[in-house]
Ligand binder design. Structure first.
Ligand SMILES: [Fe+2]
Ligand SMILES: [Fe+2]
Length: 313
């Protein structure tokens, strides 16, 4: 079969909403796009463990500690499913990790902000995991089979994460004046960084068009951001808090809110490595990787010995 025949099969599958599987022919740009997107996603899950892991020892009750611990462990699991999905595209785990550890690969800008108070753990679960769900629900129907299947399980866990965050916010927002102030302060600091999670405006997003064309993504950055604002404003109102945006206003004609865009200069600065915590996050990840070397070596020796026993039997 000539290349254009392969291409016809590929396009035909996309048109019929069928999945592309690792053994199928795919255009090189599609493969590259997926490796970039899935590995950035995996790195975000792993780096995302750091700002919250930071609070496990300081959780205000045993229940809160157990819940947070479970959530942070889930994020580690998400990273592993996603690295495995990326590996089916012909890239090795070592290459992927090396790109993260040397700062070559990107991860979500949001994890370069500090978690200063316990209310931040509430805001992260509620807003950051909430935004992640909005992005990820559509990825369950992504055209690449292994990515799509990983996302089904991830989404179930993300909705638990969102609820645990909102529960923390509810306790604080309906608590004492000081607690309510803490909740408002966390909302003020996390609102705009969360909106940045959907990526730059469509007019400046070079990868968005291909991602939609190939059915990797089903909606654009701006569509998702609008939906997030519309949904979250109601939750803010229920909590009796205020969205930190003086220009937020219901627009009847578009059946959604008008709102202030996040600061895109700040966003670019963070994704190029200069956010408040970029260096700290990479240093912590590298330290954890180096300290885990003996575990990886031991696991490999054990696996080798075990296969020798099976072969001899
Ligand atoms: Fe996750
Ligand atoms: Fe999560």
């Amino acid at each position: 079969m000539e290349i254009n025949k392969f291409e016809d099969v590929f396009e035909g599958k996309l048109a019929k909403n069928e999945m592309i599987e690792p053994k199928d022919w795919m255009p090189e740009n599609y493969r590259k796009h997926l490796i970039r997107q899935i590995s950035q996603h995996a790195h975000s899950e792993i780096i995302g463990m750091l700002p919250e892991g930071n609070w496990i020892t300081r959780a205000p009750s045993l229940r809160a500690k157990v819940v947070l611990l479970a959530k942070v462990q889930d994020e580690g699991g998400h990273g592993l499913y996603l690295y495995t999905a990326a590996e089916t595209l012909g890239v090795t785990r070592d290459e992927l990790l090396n790109n993260l550890h040397t700062g070559k690969a990107k991860y979500s800008s949001i994890f370069n902000y500090p978690t200063l108070t316990w209310a931040d753990i509430g805001a992260v679960g509620w807003l950051v995991d909430g935004a992640a769900i909005m992005n990820q629900v559509m990825l369950q129907r992504s055209s690449y089979g292994p990515y799509s299947r990983a996302m089904v399980r991830i989404c179930k866990e993300e909705s638990f994460h969102q609820r645990q965050g909102y529960e923390i916010m509810t306790h604080l927002a309906f608590g004492t004046n000081d607690q309510k102030e803490m909740a408002q302060d966390a909302l003020n600091r996390w609102w705009y960084p969360t909106m940045m999670m959907f990526g730059p405006p469509d007019s400046e997003s070079p990868n968005s068009e291909n991602a939609v064309k190939w059915r990797i993504k089903r909606e654009t950055n701006d569509q998702l951001r609008q939906r997030f604002v519309d949904q979250t404003v109601r939750q803010v109102e229920y909590l009796g808090l205020t969205v930190p945006d003086a220009h937020l206003k219901w627009n009847e004609a578009k059946n959604g809110y008008d709102f202030t865009e996040p600061n895109w200069v700040e966003f670019k600065n963070i994704i190029s490595g200069n956010g408040p915590c970029n260096k700290e996050r990479l240093a912590a990840r590298n330290k954890a990787h180096d300290e885990g070397k003996w575990v990886r070596e031991a696991a490999q020796v054990f696996a080798k010995k075990r296969s020798e026993v099976y072969e001899a039997a």
